[in-house]
Design a protein around this ligand. Structure first.
Ligand code: 6CS
Ligand code: FE
Length: 298
């Protein structure tokens, strides 16, 4: 009987109980002084906090272009019926559409933009590919938020990313007020990996993208992290962007205001960190959520 070769799991998770592991990977992978759009002091801040913000990553005309594309996609019945679309359980509005960098030439152009992919290459110190992209509509009057989680915990457990060598960018397409369900991050939380308790159910993604359960930290762990690191709420105008490390503890609240909080969210992974078999799930998630095409962004 052949057995699968033993492999190292640096970040155990989804076992019987919660287990914390200190980060084993660099945060910024490029050498100090490596060329790129991010200034040295900004990169130092990213290393320390796990995030950096750009007040105006794209201009108003570009925001208008991407908002129109978001409207087109989220009102297209064929897109709505596609498995790439996640529907809000209460309102039945479209909550997210995945893999927009492949189904939309306009979002494909955003991914290749040097202001975007150049920052990812600088942080990850290599060529990069898109592990996941999505537009989040987060309409007003009740869109639900995302509970506290580390993205890497899911991408390691369910998508098979071995190391913490991925970075996300959330680009605001509407005003992110302090009231309409903005992104919250615990600064510095990226330096500890919180392995969550509880096995991954079959086809977990069919529920977790509406309401995450597996991979959810305990109240005690979250309280300890929040006491140690604090919580930062991100606000910003359309065109602003937040870059954050794959292992930041983050979440967002519901949006009960009349004002949508729409963004485009792109996850870059290093080509040196290609997805392998999941570390804690019965099967990998579909490619539109966790890419299996590792072609570098050009
Ligand atoms: O499971 C995922 O991959 C997605 N879920 C959340 C809440 N954040 C990261 C990612 O988009
Ligand atoms: Fe997330």
């Amino acid at each position: 009987m052949t057995t699968a070769p033993a492999r190292t799991d640096l970040y155990p998770t989804r076992g019987v109980g919660e287990v914390t592991t200190p980060r084993q990977d660099p945060v910024v992978w490029s050498a100090p002084g490596a060329p790129g759009p991010i200034a040295a002091e900004e990169l130092t801040g990213f290393e320390r906090d796990g995030f950096l913000t750009v007040d105006q990553l794209i201009g108003p005309d570009e925001v208008a272009l991407y908002r129109a594309e978001l409207e087109r996609l989220t009102t297209d019945p064929a897109v709505r019926a596609d498995e790439r679309s996640i529907i809000e359980p209460m309102s039945q509005d479209v909550r997210s559409v995945f893999e927009v960098h492949r189904i939309s030439e306009i979002f494909a152009g955003l991914v290749r933009d040097e202001r975007v992919v150049g920052r990812a290459r600088q942080i990850l110190g290599s060529d990069v590919y898109v592990h996941q992209s999505r537009i989040n509509v987060k309409p007003g009057f009740g869109a639900s938020g995302f509970y506290w989680h580390s993205d890497f915990e899911t991408w390691h457990a369910e998508d098979g990313l071995p190391n913490m060598r991925a970075v996300s960018v959330s680009i605001a397409l509407t005003e992110n007020f302090d009231t309409n369900g903005g992104l919250m991050i615990m600064p510095g939380s990226h330096r500890i990996f919180l392995g969550c308790a509880g096995e991954t159910p079959e086809d977990n993604y069919k529920r977790s993208l509406q309401m995450q359960d597996a991979g959810t930290p305990s109240h005690a762990a979250l309280t300890e992290m929040a006491d140690e690191h604090g919580i930062k709420l991100f606000t910003g105008g359309p065109g602003s962007a937040t870059w954050f490390d794959c292992n930041c503890m983050h979440g967002s609240g519901d949006n009960i205001t009349p004002y949508p909080r729409s963004n485009v969210f792109i996850v870059f992974n290093s080509v040196e960190n290609e997805a392998v078999e999941p570390f804690a799930a019965p099967a990998p998630r579909p490619g539109f959520i966790g890419a299996r095409d590792f072609t570098p962004v050009r």
